[in-house]
Each structure stands twice: as C-alpha cells, then as structure tokens.
Design a protein around this ligand. Structure first.
Ligand code: ATP
Ligand code: MG
Length: 1047
C-alpha cells in the first residue's frame, strides 16, 4: 500500500526520502532505494546533506511554477526531495547568515549536471525580485546558457549535449537578495574537438547551427557549404542529432549574443571566425621532398579573407617557422621549413587557438555585461565535467580527473576529516569510519617538490624539449618513473602510466602529453593574427611578442593547477551544505524549550541535557564531549533539526503574519479609495460599504485547510467570503467565494455518496473561473449587494456584503492578467445565463431592481424573473467617507485638546466647541454608533488627512481659529446670533430647517458643499454619522454637522 508523505497532500512516499534513514547503509540498499524511487518517477533523494539526482531522460511534471511556490520558504521536511529545496535552502542561508553559498554538481557525462544547473538558475531567477536592471541581469544569466552551450557543448557518444568545458557560475546578489551581478569562470575547454572528433561525435554545436541556420546572405559571405565539405566536420561522419534543431538553436545563439550586448559588427566577426576555422581546416599539405607544401593554394584565399590576413603570409606561416639559433654566442633568427605533419599540426594549432580565444571572449563578454563593482553575496554553481575513463585516456582526461580529484578533496576536508578530527579533540569514543583520503593522489599529481609531482616533471621536460618535441613523451615517461615510480598510487606501463584515482585506476597514454601541455602558440602564428585587418581578431591576440618571450611559457597543466586551486579556495570560502554537529548548532536548538530560550540560566551542559530530554532522545544516542555534544544517529539529529525547523516555521509565520497585516492594511486603505471609484456615479451605496476597512479574507483561510486544499500551496488569497449564490429558480445557497491571483473559486459542500467517508459533508470545488474567461460583471444601480459574473459558458448571480471590495480586487487582478479593463455595467434589469444541465438547462433569467421600503433587499421570484426591491441608498456620487471622517476627527481631537488645556490656559488656538452639538450629539465615536466600520484612529498607520490640506500647506491655520469655549465663546456665539442673516438668495427657499455656519468649511470631495462662517444653509438631512446634507447656493451636498448651528 502506498504511504503518503506525512505533511504534503497526496504525495506518495516511495522508498526513503533520505538514505541516512536506511536501516543499513550499504551500496545495495542505496541502489535499491534509488531504483525503487526511480521506478515511481522520483528522481531526487537525499543522502544527508547531499542531493542525489537520477537522470529520468524525460520531462518530469514537477518543475512547474507550482513547485517553485511549494518549495519557496518551506522547511526541508515539508516536501519531497527536490533541487528546488536545495536551492531555496542555499538562497535562504545566504540571506539569513549573510554567507556565500556554493553547490558542487558532480557526476559522469550525461548524468544531468547541466540540466540541474539550469534548474538552479531558473529557480533563483523566479523567486528573487528586482527592478528592470535586475531583470536584465537575470536575462543575461539565463541567456548565457544557450550561448555557452553553442560554443562549448557537443554531441558525444554519451550525451547529445555534452559540456566540453567546466564552468563555475557565481550569481551575485544585493543585500536585498536580488541577483544584480555574476561571474563565470571557465575551465578546460576541450579544444582538440575543433580539429578532430571520434566516431559518432560532433564538433561544437555552433558549426552545425551556422550551417543550418545561416541566411542566404550569410551563406554567401561566409562560404557556407554542406557539413561534409569541411574536413573539421567530416571526420566522424555525424552531422545530425536526434531531437536537436540546429537552425532554431542558431537563432537562439544569435539572440543570446544580442541580449548579452555583443555589438552587431562583432557578432558578424564571431561568425567569420567560426567559418574561417572551417575553411582553414580544408587547407591540406603534401610532402614535397621532405617539406610540407599546400596542396591547393586556391583554398588559401577564403580563410585568409575571412580572417582578414594575407593569403601568402598564411601559406608561409603554415609551412615554415622562425627559430632562434645560436651561433658562437650570437643569436639569430632563421626560417625553418616544416614537413607535412608539422604543417598539419601548425594549421590545427591556429584553428584551436582561434576557437579557444573566441570562447574566452564570449565568457568575458558575459562577465562584462553582469559584473558588479563590488561583491556582496553570491551563490556559486559548479558544473564541471566529471571523472572520465575511456579506452584511451590522454592529456585531457588527465587534467579533468585531476580537477575531480581536487573536488573530492574539498568534500573530504569538509565532511569526514573535519568530523573525525573533532571526535579526537573532544575525547569522544567512536569507531573510525574507513575512508580514503585522496590528498595523496592530489600530491602525486601537483606536488612541486619532494618528490616532484607528475605535473612538475611534465613541465620540466617541456621546458627543455625541442621545438618539434620528438621523443619528449618517452623522456617524460622515464623521468616520471625515476621521480614517482615507487609511489603507491602510480605505475608505469610501456606506453604510459597508471594513476590510482579515488574513483578507480586510470591508465594514461603518454603520447601527446608534452605537446599538449606545452600548448604554445608559436610566435609566428600570433604575429600572423596580429596582422589581421580586423580589430576584433587582433584583440584576441594581445601578446607583446617582444617582452613575452622571456621566461618559461605557461603550460596547460600549470594553468589547470592554478585554476583548480583557485576554485578550491573560492569553494572553501562558501558555505557548503553538509550537516555538522557544532556548538552553534545546539545554540540554535535553544528555541525548542521555554527554559532554554532566549538563554539557559545554568551550567551549559545541563542546558544541553535539558534540550535532548525535551525531544525524548535516548541516553545511548548521544555522548557529551568536552565542549560539545555528539549525536550518534542522524535520525536523532533530524529529530532536533525537525523540531527546530518547525519552531522556526511557527515563528516565521508569526512575523510574516504581522508584516502581511501591516502591508495589507496599507494596501486596503488605498483599495478602499479605488473601490469607490468603481461604483462612483453608477450605483447607490450602502453607508457601510465605502467606509469600511477592507479585510480581504473574511473566511480566515489560514486556519481552513478544507478550503485551502483547492488552492496551490502558497497561492495568495486576495479575497474570501461566504456569499449567496442563486440558482435557476432563484433559490439561494451558500458558497465560499475565493479570489486569488489565479482566478475565482466557488466552493460548496456536498454529502459524500460512497466510500469510507459516505454520509459526511465535504467541501467541493463547484466552479473555478480564470480571469481570461470572465467577460464582464453587472450590478444594479441601487444599494443592494447583488452582482453577476458573466463568463463564457454561463453566469453566476451572487450576493455579497463585500461586493465593492471584491470588485475592486477582481478588476485589479483581471487587468494584471488579461491586460484589459474589466467591464462593469450597471442597470436595473439584469440578465444572466444559467448552466445547461441535462434536458432542462440553459436559457436566461432576469433580475429586476425596484425601489421599495427599507435597506434590506426583498426578493420575489416569479418564473424566470426575480424582482428585488430595496430603499434608496447613499447617492451614487458617494465616495469614501474617509477624508470626511478625518476632518471630523481632527476637529474632535482639537476640541478635546482645548478642553484639556483649559485650566492651564493654553495659548494656542482652540478647537471648536459647539455647546449645542455637545447636547444634541456627542462625537460620533461616543455615540455608540460606529462611524461605519470604525473611523481610522489618530496615530493609526495612516494619519487622517487634514481637512483642508491646501490651507495647511500654505501655512494658513485659519481653520484652527475657532472660538474658545467659556465666556468668550458664549459672547462670540451671541454676537453671531445678533448678526443679520445673509441676504436671501434669489431662488425660492425651500421650507424646512436651516442652520448657520460657525466656521468656514471647504468641501473635500465632489459630493460635499463648501461655505464660509456665518453662511446660512438649508438643512436637508441630519445623519447620525455626523455628516449632514445641506443646500447652499443651489448646490446640495454633505458637510460636517458640527460646523454649523441650527437656527
Ligand atoms: N532532470 C532532467 N529531466 C529530464 N531530462 C534530463 C534531466 N536531466 C538530464 N536530462 C537529459 O539528459 C541529457 C544530459 O544531461 P546533461 O547535459 O545535464 O548532462 P551532464 O551531466 O551535464 O553531462 P556532461 O558531463 O556530458 O556535460 C539532457 O540533455 C536531457 O536530455
Ligand atoms: Mg553538462
């Protein structure tokens, strides 16, 4: 029976997620477990801190945005093993601990390293934010892949897209975690592939891409023929790769160059070099009396043209070489003619040099495009080709295997060795784990002295060998035998030597070692290329031949040695992902119990014991060392680790929640204003619908897994509320309406009909609407809460108290997703189409809205029409009362300030006091009738706006100049009373109560009126909210009631 992951929903468990949990860790058990999981399509498995990935050779369904969301910020135990989990962990570690991170991806050719590296980059790019500059950096980071793969990958017998170079890609981040820079270091490009390939393999992809994808014009300019025409491509007889579209890839390569910022004219020259190399390869030589001679001089012109050099000079340099010779203490330069073999070698050396320098240029261009003046944080990804053992192993394999040997050293240093040394220091009883420390092999290869390592001997031989290098390899073998012949990891055989690597014995064929190690580009060829008419090509050969001549030339092996050691240094500075038991780790478990958090008061050892007991760890599971505690089984440590993660998770959620609440509040304030814009002038308003604080989630989805199950793990909820849904017979039923950035969900409840849960009521997803499918929303013009969602197939008639909020959120999301404005229409006769169901379905229904008594809608269904009657609401032009509330509030505050200071005889202008208001009304808050959803409090996140900002801003504090209360106040009031009323306005004055303005009021909104102190207004309506309706100068509108006195 399938087991299910303890937390994630519907995740089947196959084998064990983490192989340290295997009861017996043997090779068989590991392979079995991996196999079991692989058969169930699980390619990822942990073994402690190491993630194992098995190449599925098919697209797995778990690399979508959903997984990106799922793994974001999740604790490791929450989800099945995944490369996203590892990446997320790195990203978080980097942000939280402020330490650089690195991930080493190793494995044999075709194992999936490069694909894994791309998933890492893709994940980081998706989860990190950033403005347009950061987006540009991200784009370059992602685009660097197709470009470097075109020039650095090739089809081999093992892998159709084999990386023929090693790459360490550092993604650099700002302090805010945005990728804003990067750096690529490249290693060991297999340049021998440029001039020859084994059977069933190809040259680098770019050649085939160019041949397949070039435009007619490019074909003509670059002399593009079919691939079999070129010697550098036709040796293997393989031109096509299954599943690869070279022509399409060519467009992508060119596009990548564009994104990276390589100028158009340089792009042309890059292609010219690629084609130039192909044409160079077709120059062949014949032996003419011991000398090599160009077989067909016609073939010189085109490569010379593409490379911008003189064809005669090219011919000259391919068949002869300048050499220094010493004659009786004098040194002179003589021209030596090459034989056919040497000429071939020279041609190939030129081709390889051109290609390798071009490749370095491309890497450099990427680096230039994303380099940052200073480094903050970084995550490094090492994708280097793995250990190689072939039938015949040459100098390239020797270098590759050396780098892998160094990586193994890091692994050992960081895990086994460090751990066991610690046991000794701490006096812990333990049985040593047998492991092979491969330092001895590294030393065998790279030691400088005592005894000199293989690379040192190689360099010595190369330094003293003749230009042609005949016999040098034989000398090398002899010298190696003398230097390291007795080394236990070294043997020699008749045509080479054997190294006992950590991964096994590899026998190397010595043939070509010296030549390849020397890797010198003869000065003749450098000079030749420096004579190119193209700046770009000249820039690829920057050597100064007059000064660079001196000293030992750098060799390939010394370069590799340096690169490998630099890499080791870089990696050692990063945080690798291995679990280690250290004091700081136990500190980090302090949050597990109240007694230990924030700190334990008592002897440390006691505190540690307290912690271990708190998770019920058995006594035999740990030992106390001198300064630390050692836990025997990884499971036990996981227990602590898991408890800790859970605690952190809880705390993180609390912090997150508070932060979200704060952000949400700010957002909702803005939304409230936007919301009233939607209905402004179109629909009458309920008093509480525009002035209410928006909450968004009225269902509390966080605590409602039965509802959340229909959403993706971290899907954000914009709005959730219980609404009434009306069916074809206008019968209403409750539905939970949820709005997320992905769409609208309508969730209902049904009785389970069969199975073990038969009879239970369960939540069911009744409908999910994507934004794209919604055509419009319609509402009445009255104050009711109905709205109709019109969708492609059928419509939904819904009723919600929070329709304004919902609509405002919906229209925002809708616009974001569809890039169109949501159509919202208003009318008092609305039509909705009902769902087609069986024979009786389809058709339309009508809802008619009419004026009636009361503020509660009365429904009368009749056949296909529903009539809704409801009283008048606030005018259609009502907008947020927020600002008015603010104005009122400020006044009330001033008033209370003034009363508070009365006895002290405050010297500043006092707040208004209206004794009549005091009698008739208390302040709106005191009234016990909440000012529609509660007025914003002074000092809340967003302070109330001053009633007349314009006045405020101009330093005009007139509005504060209100009479003090007490005697002077009374006198003033009397004087106002005694003043003659203003001249009557020409229009007929309606009968009814009037009032006189005590203070000036400047309307803050279109539905408000303005007046001067002493103006007389007709009082239309006194509303307990404090906002009265009045008429002045022929205009009717709202104003704060306590600015006036009734007359
Ligand atoms: N996670 C994966 N899902 C699907 N296919 C994969 C996955 N990983 C690898 N592959 C397949 O395997 C091929 C080889 O993978 P990749 O190029 O990453 O190997 P590699 O380890 O980088 O090999 P090399 O050392 O030769 O560069 C890919 O082109 C792809 O077809
Ligand atoms: Mg690769």
């Amino acid at each position: 029976m399938a087991k299910y992951h303890w937390q994630s929903q519907n995740v089947k468990q196959s084998g064990v997620d983490d192989m340290v949990l295997l009861s017996k860790i043997t090779e068989d058990a590991i392979v079995d477990n991996l196999k079991k999981r692989y058969m169930d399509d699980y390619i990822f498995t942990y073994i402690g801190p190491v993630l194992i990935s098995v190449n599925p050779f098919k697209q797995m369904p778990y690399f979508t945005d959903r997984e990106i969301e799922l793994y974001q910020g999740a604790a490791q135990y929450e989800n099945p093993p995944h490369i996203y989990a590892l990446t997320d962990n790195m990203y978080r570690n980097m942000m939280i601990d402020g330490e650089n991170q690195c991930v080493i991806i190793s494995g044999e050719s075709g194992a999936g390293k490069t694909v894994a590296a791309k998933y890492i980059m893709g994940y980081i790019s998706k989860v990190s934010g950033g403005g347009s500059k950061v987006q540009h950096v991200k784009e370059i980071i992602l685009q660097s892949n197709p470009l470097l793969e075109a020039f650095g990958n090739a089809k081999t017998v093992r892998n159709n897209n084999s990386s023929r170079f090693g790459k360490y890609f550092e993604i650099q981040f700002s302090r805010g975690g945005e990728p804003d820079g990067g750096k690529i270091s490249n290693f060991l490009l297999e340049k021998s592939r440029v001039v020859s390939q084994n059977e069933n393999e190809r040259n680098f992809h770019i050649y085939y891409q160019l041949i397949e994808g070039a435009s007619a014009q490019q074909r003509e300019a670059l002399g593009i023929m079919t691939p079999d025409y070129y010697y550098y491509l036709n040796q293997s007889g393989t031109y096509k790769v299954d599943g690869t579209n070279d022509s399409k890839d060519f467009q992508e390569t060119m596009e990548a160059m564009q994104v990276i910022g390589i100028p158009g004219d340089i792009q042309t020259q890059v292609l010219q070099i690629v084609a130039g190399i192909l044409h160079l390869g077709n120059i062949s030589f014949i032996e003419a009396g011991n000398y090599g001679q160009v077989e067909s001089t016609d073939l010189l012109a085109f490569p010379a043209y593409l490379l911008g050099i003189d064809p005669n000079r090219l011919q000259d340099k391919l068949t002869s070489r300048k050499m220094d010779s010493k004659w009786g203490g004098k040194s002179e330069s003589i021209n030596v003619t090459l034989n056919q073999e040497q000429a071939n070698y020279t041609r190939d050396a030129l081709a390889k040099a051109l290609y390798a320098r071009l490749f370095d240029y491309l890497v450099e261009s990427i680096n230039k495009a994303i380099q940052k003046p200073y480094e903050e944080f970084s995550i490094g990804v090492l994708d280097i080709y793995g250990f190689e053992i072939f039938q015949r192993n040459g100098f390239e394999q020797f270098c590759i295997n050396f780098v892998n040997e160094k990586l193994q050293q890091i692994f050992i240093e960081l895990t086994l060795k460090a751990e066991q040394e610690e046991y000794v220091q701490e006096g812990i009883k333990w049985t040593p784990i047998e492991y092979f420390n491969n330092k001895i092999v590294c030393d065998l290869i790279e030691n400088k002295l005592n005894p000199p390592g293989i690379m040192s001997v190689l360099d010595d031989v190369c330094a003293t060998m003749h230009a042609k290098g005949e016999g040098a390899d034989g000398t090398l073998l002899q010298k190696l035998q003398a230097a390291v012949g007795t080394h236990e990891h070294f043997n020699s055989w008749n045509s080479g030597f054997v190294i006992h690597h950590y991964a096994g014995k590899v026998s190397y064929d010595i043939n070509g070692f010296c030549e390849r190690n020397r890797d010198v580009l003869f000065p003749d060829l450098i000079e030749l290329m420096q004579s190119s008419e193209f700046n770009f090509i000249r820039s690829l050969f920057p050597e100064n031949l007059n000064t660079d001549k001196k000293g030992r030339p750098t060799t390939a092996s010394s370069k590799i040695k340096k690169q490998a050691n630099d890499l080791v240094n870089t990696l050692m500075k990063c945080t690798p992902h291995y679990i280690q038991c250290s004091p700081s780790r136990l500190d980090s478990y302090a949050i597990l119990t109240a007694e230990t958090w924030p700190c334990w008061r008592g002897p440390e050892q006691q505190g540690v014991l307290h912690l271990l007991r708190s998770v019920n760890m058995d006594n035999d599971q740990y030992q106390m060392g001198r300064t630390k505690v050692f836990v025997k089984n990884p499971e036990s440590l996981f227990l602590l680790e898991e408890m800790r993660e859970r605690k952190f998770d809880t705390f993180a959620r609390i912090i997150q929640k508070a932060w979200r609440k704060f952000i949400a509040r700010k957002k909702y304030e803005q939304m409230r204003e936007e919301a009233s814009d939607i209905l402004y002038n179109s629909k009458e308003r309920r008093k509480n619908s525009i002035n209410r604080n928006f909450v968004g989630d009225y269902l509390g989805l966080e605590q409602r897994p039965e509802l959340r199950q229909f959403l993706a793990k971290r899907e954000r909820v914009d709005f959730a509320d219980s609404v009434n849904k009306f069916d074809r017979r206008f019968k209403s039923i409750k539905r939970d309406l949820i709005l997320t950035p992905k769409g609208i969900y309508l969730i209902g409840r049904e009785k389970v009909k069969k199975g073990p849960e038969k009879g239970q009521i369960k939540e069911v997803l009744k409908r999910k609407m994507e934004f794209g499918g919604i055509s419009s929303v319609s509402l009445s013009t009255r104050q009711d809460d109905f709205f109709i969602l019109h969708e492609a197939q059928y419509d939904s008639l819904l009723e919600s108290n929070f329709k304004t909020e919902f609509l405002s959120l919906l229209s925002k999301r809708y616009e974001e997703v569809t890039k169109r404005k949501l159509t919202i229409s208003f009318g008092d006769r609305l039509e909705f189409r009902v769902k087609k169901e069986g024979w009786g379905g389809g058709g339309t229904r009508i809802v008619v809205f009419q004026k009636g008594p009361g503020d509660v809608a009365q429904l009368k269904p009749g056949g296909k029409t529903l009539s809704v009657t409801i009283g008048d609401g606030l005018p259609k032009s009502s907008s947020s009362l927020y600002r008015r509330t603010a104005a009122l509030l400020l006044k009330h505050t001033l008033r209370s300030l003034s009363s508070a200071h009365q006895n002290g005889g405050a010297k500043f202008p006092r707040g208004p006091h209206n004794p009549q208001a005091d009698i008739t009304y208390s302040s709106p808050q005191k009234q016990g009738r909440p000012l529609q959803g509660g007025p914003p409090k002074l000092g809340s996140q967003r302070g109330p706006r001053p009633p007349a900002p314009n006045q405020y801003n101009q330093g005009n504090l007139d509005f504060l100049n209100v009479p003090d209360q007490g005697m002077s106040g009374k006198q003033r009031k009397m004087s106002i009373h005694q003043r003659p009323p203003p001249a009557p306005k020409p229009q007929p004055r309606p009968q009814g109560p009037r009032c006189r303005a005590l203070y000036q009021y400047v309307g803050q909104d279109t539905d408000e009126i303005s007046f001067e102190a002493n103006d007389v207004l007709d009082l239309v309506k006194e509303d307990p909210s404090g906002w009265w309706t009045g008429r002045i100068g022929g205009k009717e509108g709202l104003f704060p009631g306590n600015y006036v006195e009734k007359i």
